[in-house]
Write a protein that binds this ligand. Structure first.
Ligand SMILES: Cc1ncc(COP(=O)(O)O)c(C=O)c1O
Length: 420
């Protein structure tokens, strides 16, 4: 069944990939040599022939599949930091909230304020540590901060008092990641200090796993035991039981005992599993594709080379397609490695990837023409290039591939018409 497109007024432009046509070159071109000497509105300029495509249908389906797996009462915090892992924080946040996410998670004050400026009123948890100068902004924008030490709690209490507010806070317990948070064996005094502070409301207690998506859960289980020891100590001290949240995507998938009151899911929302080992959810699909159109074609003779440094030499006559996208857009800077999809087939990259262009050998795909669509990440026909494949090229992790695309690569939000 074809899903109905929901009313989502914030998506100003939705494009059906199947119906998208080449822009009419004359439709929006500025007047040349005529009466109108004024500079045309740059927002009407033709789109760049290289882009990130974000499939909102898939995102919505992923959100539903994830929520369906959560026991009743367990809330979802959608991690939308780093522009929703490169997918567009505002659009993702709105859809996540529409699909029942209770909280959004971001890393920086600017990320949180951008969501507020876009009209997102949902609860936002700011992960990490805050400078004192940020705290008034957090209170004014109703952002919930994580507290990691007594001095930070005292600073926030002063600001909250100045605003005449009692603000909810979440305490991060460092159970072994040794990044942010109060060490588990020193956590109780901080929790008690917060409980004694009238301007602060201890709403949540959290921790973050160092390794939750590998087959060996030993360290994660030890982190859970440390966390539980803190909660037990708080109970013995007569304190109330705040909401608990421990899980990232790996914990959500593989550690149901750690689900507690809320899970903080990031990469899984975007249809990418955090590891090869973790449990699978059937139907979850990647949300992001990266595409470009063939901007030039070159016919090579034997002995011709391609690109800077002449890293590729044609042994036989070859046909080369040039894609106007490069390492300046976030594509891995590889040489004679990696492939793209054209006409549903794999075409190998030849020579070195340049800042703004990469070249692929399309000799075996003779139907390729100028401005044909190529896929650098995602699917075309029966073929697909996964985030993991690009991560291997980049010698990095999938998270880095998703977040590594540069802002000059425009994003297009699409609702696929099919229930693929
Ligand atoms: C505190 C915290 N919770 C949850 C997440 C989400 O992790 P994942 O993308 O693996 O679900 C992150 C991301 O790094 C995080 O920093």
């Amino acid at each position: 069944m074809t899903p109905l497109r929901p009313a989502m007024p914030w998506i100003s432009k939705t494009v059906s990939p199947a119906k998208e046509a080449e822009p009419d070159p004359d439709a929006q071109s500025p007047a040349v040599g005529g009466q109108r000497a004024c500079r045309p509105d740059s927002s009407a300029a033709p789109p760049r022939p290289a882009w990130i495509e974000v499939n909102l249908d898939r995102l919505r389906r992923n959100l539903r599949l994830i929520r369906r797996e959560l026991p009743t009462g367990v809330r979802l915090l959608a991690i939308v930091k780093d522009d929703a892992y490169g997918h567009g924080a505002v659009e993702v946040a709105r859809l996540a909230v529409a699909e029942g996410a209770s909280f959004l998670g971001v890393s920086t004050l600017a990320e949180a304020m951008a969501l507020r400026d876009a009209g997102v009123t949902a609860r936002i948890l700011l992960l990490g540590e805050r400078q004192e100068s940020e705290l008034p902004w957090c209170v004014a924008h109703h952002l919930t901060v994580c507290l990691n030490d007594p001095a930070g709690a005292a600073r926030l209490a002063r600001v909250a008092t100045r605003f005449g507010q009692r603000v909810p806070v979440h305490v991060k317990i460092n159970t072994g990641l040794n990044r942010y948070g109060v060490r588990w064996d020193a956590a109780l005094p901080l929790l008690e200090a917060i409980l004694a502070e009238p301007a602060l409301h201890l709403e949540g207690v959290m921790t973050h796993f160092a390794q939750s998506d590998e087959a060996d859960k030993g360290f994660a289980l030890m982190q859970m035991r440390r966390f539980d020891a803190v909660m037990a100590a708080l109970r013995r001290a007569g304190g109330p039981q705040p909401m608990q949240h421990l899980c990232n995507s790996g914990g959500f998938l593989d550690l149901p005992a750690a689900h507690r009151d809320m899970v903080r899911v990031g990469i899984l929302l975007y249809g990418v599993f955090p590891s090869l080992q973790c449990r699978r959810i059937a139907g979850l699909r990647p949300v992001m594709s990266v595409k470009a159109r063939v901007a030039a074609l070159q016919q090579l003779q034997p002995g011709d080379t391609v690109g800077y440094g002449m890293r590729y030499t044609a042994a036989t006559p070859r046909r080369i397609a040039v894609l106007p996208v490069g390492y300046g857009d976030g594509y891995p800077r590889v040489r004679n490695q990696g492939q793209v999809l054209v006409h549903g087939r794999r075409a190998p990259i030849v020579g070195g990837v340049a800042m703004d262009a990469l070249m692929v050998d399309v000799t075996d795909i003779p139907e390729v023409q100028l401005w044909d669509e190529a896929v650098l990440l995602g699917e075309q026909g029966a073929e697909h290039i996964s985030v993991r494949e690009l991560a291997q090229l980049k010698n990095s992790v999938t998270y880095d591939v998703l977040t590594g695309w540069q802002p000059r690569l425009p994003r297009r939000f699409v609702w696929s018409e099919t229930s693929d």
